[in-house]
Design a protein around this ligand. Structure first.
Ligand code: BGP
Length: 489
């Protein structure tokens, strides 16, 4: 079994986890620049300072996200380590990193643009020329090396000024700022880039870092999400006008969701949980809120602030393809207390060192489910294993566990393509070069084919070293996936 020559193989990264250079080239501050590092047991926080000078910290992720007082401003505290500031320094090492990807034979590279590098406050009329040039170089180098750019326009961050001045996505004004940013991207890079993602993991964003909102309550959250839907739809429409032939997705954090038992109450709870997450991509892919949205809003006391014309905007900007991340599956019973990625333990599956169930068959399940639901081409834009790697004396990592993970997942992808007839445009592994974890801010949670010498406190040479999985993946890509059935770790 192998895939067509047109299949896109590559890797995916995100600005604040990878790029660094946070005060260089005229870049403005971004919401993630105020986020501390954390761990599984100690969550990441956004540091802020109140009007009377008190320093505080608010948990900044997913359903754990906490409010930041309305009069507080995010704050960079001396002596605190903020992983986004240097990240793993792609800003200075992009040539070396892109060469590593090209040598791996990638023909696509997914990366996010740092909005505040192009619009330092987000509110300017004209973009920052140095920021534009930086991405010009990245795009040109990708093309020169035979890699198609796949651009995430907004990967969980925004210029912090938009969060402070307008409370981020809770304001409709931010839609205009986002569209100005998109117009610049499409006019400048459009001729060179076909594939675009309007937002990352729309069903997982919440709170200050990702949405720029000081409050995390349901009313604020769903209003912000409504504005994100509008912004995405308008961007798709604008992109199609300015870049004929361009194709748009928005990224969905997928996990296979299974009922904990055949008890009808568990199956019903599982159905509702699926709807909780499908809500986002249903709206963006179909161009209208799903019928069950009424129940979600009612149960959460949410009254959406819609304006006349909003429904038409959503209907006019539906996605061309469905892109998603897949790391794990989850189990739901009537008793489960869920967050976006959580669920009950599954006794049939092993977990990663970070407790994520490893479920390759779940990937095939999700591919089938998404195609049945939308009948649009699919793109796996994130999948990978976060693990602790040890650099050997020979400057490599014997990461057979990563090879097993990827091999099993890719085999299921192949089965979905060949046996189930699912159109899959491509696969970008998260993240080909080690970078900072989004959820915990750790460096020791490594995903890459390439080891980066840096620790959880930001210390290290930042040298890059190829792991065993690098050579394995190279063969997979070169054989269009055929080696998945012959070579193993
Ligand atoms: C997704 C994000 C990525 C990435 C990945 C792995 O949610 O889109 O930015 O980081 O998950 O998660 P983590 O870094 O928490 O292991």
């Amino acid at each position: 079994m192998k895939v067509e020559k047109t299949f896109l193989w590559g890797g995916a990264t995100a600005g604040f986890q990878y790029e660094g250079g946070y005060q260089e080239g005229g870049r403005g501050l971004s919401t993630h620049d105020f986020e501390t590092a954390g761990s599984v047991s100690s969550p990441r926080h956004t540091v802020y300072r109140t009007k009377n000078g008190q320093i505080g910290r608010a948990k900044s992720h997913f359903s754990q996200a906490e409010d930041i007082p309305a009069d507080a401003v995010p704050f960079i505290e001396e002596g605190t380590y903020y992983p986004s500031h240097r990240a793993v320094d792609f800003y200075h090492r992009w040539q070396e990193d892109l060469r590593l990807l090209a040598e791996l034979r990638c023909n696509v590279y997914r990366f996010s643009i740092s909005w505040s590098r192009l619009f330092p406050t987000g509110d300017e009329e004209a973009p920052n020329p140095d920021g534009l040039l930086f991405y010009d170089r990245i795009i040109d180098e990708c093309l020169r090396l035979g890699m198609e750019p796949l651009i995430t326009i907004c990967h969980d961050e925004m210029p912090v000024f938009l969060a402070e001045a307008y409370d981020g996505w809770s304001s409709r004004h931010v839609i205009d700022c986002y569209l100005r940013y998109c117009r610049v991207l499409f006019t400048r890079y459009g001729g060179r880039c076909r594939y675009w993602l309007t937002f990352n993991e729309v069903n997982a964003v919440r709170g200050f870092a990702a949405c720029g909102t000081h409050k995390c309550d349901n009313q604020t959250h769903y209003n912000a999400v409504h504005h994100i839907f509008l912004a995405s739809a308008l961007a798709v429409k604008l992109g199609h006008e300015l870049m004929p032939g361009s194709r748009f997705g928005a990224m969905y954090a997928a996990s296979a969701i299974y009922p904990a038992s055949c008890r009808p109450e568990d199956v019903m709870a599982h159905l509702k949980q699926r709807q909780e997450t499908f809500f986002f991509i249903d709206t963006m892919a179909r161009g209208a809120y799903p019928s069950y949205a009424r129940r979600i809003f009612k149960n959460r006391n949410v009254t959406l602030h819609k304006e006349p014309g909003d429904n038409a905007i959503l209907a006019d900007g539906t996605l061309d393809f469905i892109s998603f991340s897949y790391y794990r599956s989850q189990i739901i019973s009537a008793q489960t207390q869920v967050n976006v990625l959580g669920g009950d333990p599954n006794p049939c599956l092993e977990t990663t060192a970070w407790g994520w169930p490893i479920d390759p068959v779940g990937l095939r399940y999700v591919l089938n489910e998404l195609y049945d639901r939308y009948q649009k081409p699919l793109f796996i834009v994130e999948n990978g294993l976060g693990a602790v790697d040890e650099l050997t004396a020979q400057n490599t990592v014997e990461d057979d566990y990563r090879i097993d993970y990827l091999q099993n997942h890719l085999r299921e992808m192949m089965r979905a393509i060949h046996e189930d007839g699912i159109p899959v445009l491509g696969y970008t592994m998260w993240a080909p070069i080690d970078l900072v974890s989004l959820g915990t801010g750790e460096m020791r949670k490594r995903y890459g084919f390439v080891y980066v010498d840096m620790d959880d406190t930001g210390q290290g040479t930042l040298e890059r070293y190829r792991k065993k999985s690098y050579y394995w993946m190279k063969e997979v890509i070169a054989s269009q996936g055929e080696s998945l059935w012959t070579a193993s770790s």
